[in-house]
Design a protein around this ligand. Structure first.
Ligand code: ADP
Ligand code: MG
Length: 336
């Protein structure tokens, strides 16, 4: 391999399709290459096909058509256990009546591995996630963070190349969720594995992903780094779903402008007249809601984020009349 050869994809999806019944296409001929040793997040609203995609990669769901390659091996028709993938479920799904050790050893037990051997392997993995000393505890006797590490060890015992995670943090309280996602990110780096993580939270995906895959209605809308997707949303759907953007109908077509890139100017200066409809103090910034003149549809409401210091210099109140302005370079033309 020379410098011009791209590294092999850990997972490649080729025209992957899932149709559950007549007229209900959950995943619609998607193509995707996920780089080895990367953290990939599948992101999108509920029902867009994220879990179906993940389950097809895991082998828990049959494909209607298309192919799945893992490190250039076609695994489309292989049983789940022979793919080189492992799954970590929502809220970790540990067996409550089994010790951490037996939870981790469980899949080896199912494979018929002898007790001494599977327990030694499980103990070894628990040591790796710094839980060796708590191997005898049941999940109810462990903290949320410790449970996540048991779930991770349990998924890793089959020595997967790719770890699949379906909304692993969604059942946690917000504080623990933020703590746990940092830990997941660290584990992905330390283990040198490829993680594919399904979430409906754009904040979670941005915090975790090397590559974000934004899905909608069974299709991929955009693939890119969080920075690239946030700063150059490809479509109106992505701009709205990511949040923090305004979609504005200009003579050049629809554009997305970040709400911290819009400036307020004196009325009559730009031709984008609006009335302040809402003022929310958020600490480091103030979020203004505005309604564009002559517009009653959803494209007529605009949000503007003002740093607190600027708001202190010039404050605004509900009913104030202003014009909006932005730099042309900060308006991103959206695909029609
Ligand atoms: P997500 O994980 O993005 O919320 P899913 O992949 O679970 O979405 O679902 C995608 C679509 O497929 C939805 O319309 C859902 O109702 C449908 N679907 C999912 N699982 C099944 C199933 N077992 N049978 C029929 N339809 C399903
Ligand atoms: Mg789902």
């Amino acid at each position: 391999m020379d410098a011009t050869t791209p590294p092999p994809a850990a997972v490649e999806l080729i025209a992957l399709t899932k149709q559950y019944g007549p007229g209900s296409i959950a995943v619609d001929a998607i193509n995707l290459r996920i780089a080895a040793n990367s953290y990939c997040c599948l992101l999108g609203p509920s029902g867009c096909g994220k879990s179906t995609t993940l389950r097809m990669i895991a082998g828990h769901e049959s494909t209607t058509s298309g192919d799945i390659l893992l490190e250039n091996r076609n695994i489309t028709d292989l049983p789940a256990a022979e793919r080189g993938t492992a799954m970590m479920f929502q809220s970790f799904a540990l067996f409550p009546h089994l010790s951490a050790l037996d939870n981790v050893a469980f899949s080896l037990k199912m494979k018929g591995v002898a007790k001494a051997e599977r327990q030694a392997k499980a103990q070894d993995l628990l040591e790796r996630v710094s839980l060796g000393h708590l191997a005898h505890r049941k999940p109810g006797e462990l903290s949320g963070g410790q449970q996540q590490r048991v779930a991770l060890a349990r998924a890793l015992i089959t020595q997967p190349r790719v770890l699949l995670l379906d909304e692993p943090l969604s059942a946690l309280d917000p504080f623990l969720r933020i703590q746990m996602r940092a830990e997941l990110r660290q584990w992905q780096k330390d283990l040198g594995l490829t993680f594919i993580h399904v979430t409906h939270s754009q904040e979670e995906a941005m915090a975790l992903a090397d590559t974000m895959v934004v899905m909608n209605h069974g299709l991929i809308e955009q693939v890119g780094s969080p920075h690239a997707v946030y700063n150059h949303p490809a479509s109106e759907f992505v701009a709205r779903f990511m949040g923090g953007h305004n979609v504005l109908d200009t003579t050049a077509g629809k554009v997305a402008v970040r709400n911290d890139h819009i400036r307020l100017a004196p009325l009559g200066s730009t031709g984008w007249a609006a009335t302040v409809s809402d003022v929310e103090y958020q600490g480091t910034y103030v979020l203004l809601g505005l309604q564009l003149d002559g517009r009653t549809d959803k494209d007529g409401s605009v949000s503007v984020m003002l740093p607190e210091a600027r708001f202190v210099q010039q404050s605004y109140a509900t009913g104030d009349r202003v014009d909006l302005s932005w730099e042309p370079s900060q308006a991103h033309v959206l695909a029609a």
